[in-house]
Design a binder for this molecule. Structure first.
Ligand code: ATP
Ligand code: MG
Length: 369
């Protein structure tokens, strides 16, 4: 309860393009939370980063931003960053830098379907959470091209460590329990997942027996060595190819899915296709002591500055931030308000076939709250 008296400080990093429209929208929604849902006071700090910032100042992730995040913030919201189409000297992605600097070792992406189904009183069919290890695998980017006797070939290294696999596994099991606790607050008709919490371990150890073998074994060990996990969570394994197949055939069969970096990347983009517009899909970059909510979409230069970007991905990312910082009821209030607006179907942005503006959707969510 003591923690509840402390204000929650959120760093806001809109960065580029529609990030500048959807992050302010998410802030408005956070500010509209009634005090019975959000017991703590919220404060915000505006922070710079991004490609545009880089073009003006020669740095994409300024030291002041990092210092403020580390010193003053409990979490942050990141908008989107434009990726230059060609390599720009001295530029590196600020969100990648942020993940490194703040040790945000997992990317967490919920896949929730059919808010329209909720309106008609049906159960939501899909309620899956993908946890992608975010520090290693092929993303160590150690590649080289070699001139061999039969011509060129190229080699990429893939790193899988016990350390990174263990903490990704730990996050998967603890989130499975956390989700279960949150579901207890839902009416039976609101629950898509009605069984025991389940974690699906994704790998391809039939081919990559050494790297994926270590991943699989390590995640299993996390489970085997924790009596609470063993008594309350089920586990299964899925080869990544059949994971993709099953995910499209029966997405309702998954609760928490945990995957190494590259498989996780592919599965989570595929999963976004299951639920419609990119403008709806949130994510969170999570570490042990910090979280950065981030809509999955990019900076969408084609629609930037027109007040037509869908703010829902960013609003849901803000809710994920609240969930992770211990304000589950506030998060739930936001998820429900968004579902209500989507279900009513009157106020929606053009990506969903509507004519409403970013501001109108934001206002509608606030009004639901
Ligand atoms: P970036 O280089 O920053 O990734 P992008 O051109 O790839 O930019 P994305 O943001 O990845 O653009 O989005 C792809 C398409 O989806 C865009 O053309 C955009 O119109 C649409 N889109 C993305 N996000 C939203 C949103 N929040 N609301 C509406 N449409 C969106
Ligand atoms: Mg893109």
């Amino acid at each position: 309860a003591a923690a509840m008296d402390k204000p929650l400080t959120i760093g806001l990093i809109p960065a580029d393009g529609i990030g500048r429209e959807v992050i302010p929208a998410a802030r408005q929604v956070l500010e509209a939370l009634p005090s019975n849902a959000m017991p703590a006071k919220l404060s915000f700090i505006d922070l710079d980063a991004g490609f545009e910032y880089f073009q003006k100042h020669g740095v994409a992730l300024p030291q002041e931003t990092l210092a403020a995040l580390k010193g003053d913030c409990d979490g942050a919201l990141f908008g989107a960053v434009s990726s230059p189409s060609h390599k720009v000297a001295g530029y590196s992605s600020p969100i990648v830098g942020l993940r490194k600097q703040m040790d945000l070792y997992a990317n967490v992406r919920p896949v929730i379907s059919g808010s329209a189904a909720t309106a008609s009183g049906e159960k939501r069919a899909i309620d899956m959470l993908i946890i992608r290890e975010n520090t290693e695998c092929l993303y160590i980017k150690e590649e080289k091209q070699v001139e061999g006797p039969e011509g060129k070939y190229a080699i990429a290294k893939r790193r899988i460590s016990e350390f990174a696999s263990r903490r990704a596994g730990e996050m998967a099991f603890s989130m499975a329990l956390q989700r279960d606790a949150m579901r207890q607050q839902l009416a039976a008709s609101e629950r898509a997942w009605t069984g025991r919490p389940k974690v699906t371990i994704v790998h391809k150890s039939n081919v990559l027996s050494v790297t994926d073998g270590l991943w699989r074994e390590t995640v299993r060990k996390v489970y085997e060595s924790n009596s609470q996990y063993k008594s309350s969570v089920d586990i299964e394994e899925q080869l990544v190819d059949s994971m993709v197949y099953r995910m499209f055939r029966e997405p309702e069969a998954f609760d928490v899915v945990v995957a190494p970096n590259m498989y996780g990347d592919i599965i989570s983009d595929g999963a976004a296709a299951l639920v419609g517009s990119l403008g709806l899909v949130p994510s969170a970059n999570v570490g042990d002591s910090f979280v950065v909510g981030e809509p999955v979409h990019g900076s969408a230069p084609d629609i930037a500055g027109k007040n037509i970007a869908n703010p829902i991905a960013a609003i849901r990312s803000a809710a994920m931030l609240l969930e992770r910082t211990g304000y589950g009821s506030a998060a739930l209030a936001i998820y429900r308000a968004v579902d209500k607006v989507l279900a009513e179907g009157q106020i929606k942005t053009p990506d969903l076939g509507g004519k409403s503006t970013t501001s109108e959707v934001t206002k509608a969510v606030c009004k639901q709250l």
